[in-house]
Write a protein of this length. Structure first.
Ligand SMILES: [Zn+2]
Length: 295
């Protein structure tokens, strides 16, 4: 019988290009191993990095050229029988260069059947649209899919279009399509609680209304999977008060960045950024200034 899975396996064997190095980095012991997988990257205008800041200053402070290319890092935690993904990539219908998670999983030797949980930081396209496969079925057939109530309620509310600028309506339509595809596999959770033993969802609203980051202990080292609470390796840390265009509530996002970088530097946490090159690093403080230092 020709099943969907056989079709996928045949396609992968016949047509897939040799996998490039898709594992960004890995941390922790075998018993609790974090592997960061690439979902590719996409381009955006430099002006997206900050509203109301002159273009020349954005270019100088970001160290980037036009257009800015941002990376996408999906975090995978393997502990015992659990294989937990944090966010799910952009899928095939977002921007060119993104949607490479399935190749990266293959490169890392991770079978879709083995994934037990997907925990979402938020439901923007580059984090959520990769949840369905080419047949619009959940990419990981055995997984539980966990999302903050506030986040799923925002994106699926009948009045969401009235609360978004017109250029973000596609985000809502996409979120609703993916949520429908996941159906009752998508479980609501509350921010500020442990969603799985030892993995707490920290409320980091602002980028989206229900955005959360995930705090966990990795063999004695505090780790924070940031999602998009901190998105640029220079600007988010040196200028937390600058307002990226992609933040839904700019004031809340500024307050979140300020408290988060203060907490993370004092706790000496390892941070994993979905859009930070190299993914893993620490927040260092010198005087009143902060910076991201990759590890
Ligand atoms: Zn993002």
């Amino acid at each position: 019988m020709l099943t969907r899975r056989l079709l996928l396996a045949a396609g992968a064997a016949s047509f897939a290009a040799p996998a490039a190095a898709q594992v960004v980095t890995a941390l922790g012991p075998e018993a609790a191993r974090l592997t960061i997988l690439s979902d590719g990257s996409f381009e955006m205008p430099l002006a997206m990095l900050a509203r109301d800041v002159p273009a020349g200053l954005i270019a100088a402070e970001s160290g980037a050229t036009e257009p800015y290319r941002t990376v996408l890092n999906v975090t995978c935690l393997r502990r015992g029988a659990e294989l937990i993904l944090f966010d799910c990539g952009a899928g095939a219908h977002f921007l060119p260069g993104s949607g490479r998670l399935q190749e990266s999983l293959q490169a890392a030797g991770i079978a879709p059947d083995a994934v037990t949980h997907v925990l979402f930081t938020h439901l923007h396209p580059d984090h959520f649209w990769g949840s369905l496969d080419e047949f619009d079925s959940p990419l990981f057939p055995n997984a539980r899919w966990l999302v903050a109530s506030r986040e799923i309620d925002f994106w699926t509310a009948p009045n969401v279009y009235g609360r978004l600028p017109a250029d973000r309506h596609a985000f809502a339509a996409g979120a609703q399509r993916i949520a429908k595809g996941l159906g009752d596999k998508l479980e609501r959770q509350e921010a500020g609680r442990e969603w799985l033993p030892g993995i707490a969802a920290v409320e980091t609203a602002g980028h989206t209304p229900g955005h959360v980051s995930f705090a966990l202990d990795l063999a004695g080292q505090q780790v924070m999977v940031l999602g998009d609470a901190l998105t640029h390796p220079r600007i988010s840390f040196a200028h937390p008060d600058w307002r990226p265009v992609s933040d839904h509530d700019p004031d809340a996002a500024v307050a979140t960045r300020r408290s988060l970088i203060d907490r993370l530097s004092s706790e000496r946490s390892t941070v994993i950024g979905y859009h930070l090159p190299g993914a893993a690093g620490r927040v260092e403080k010198s005087g009143s200034a902060y910076r991201f230092a990759g590890i």
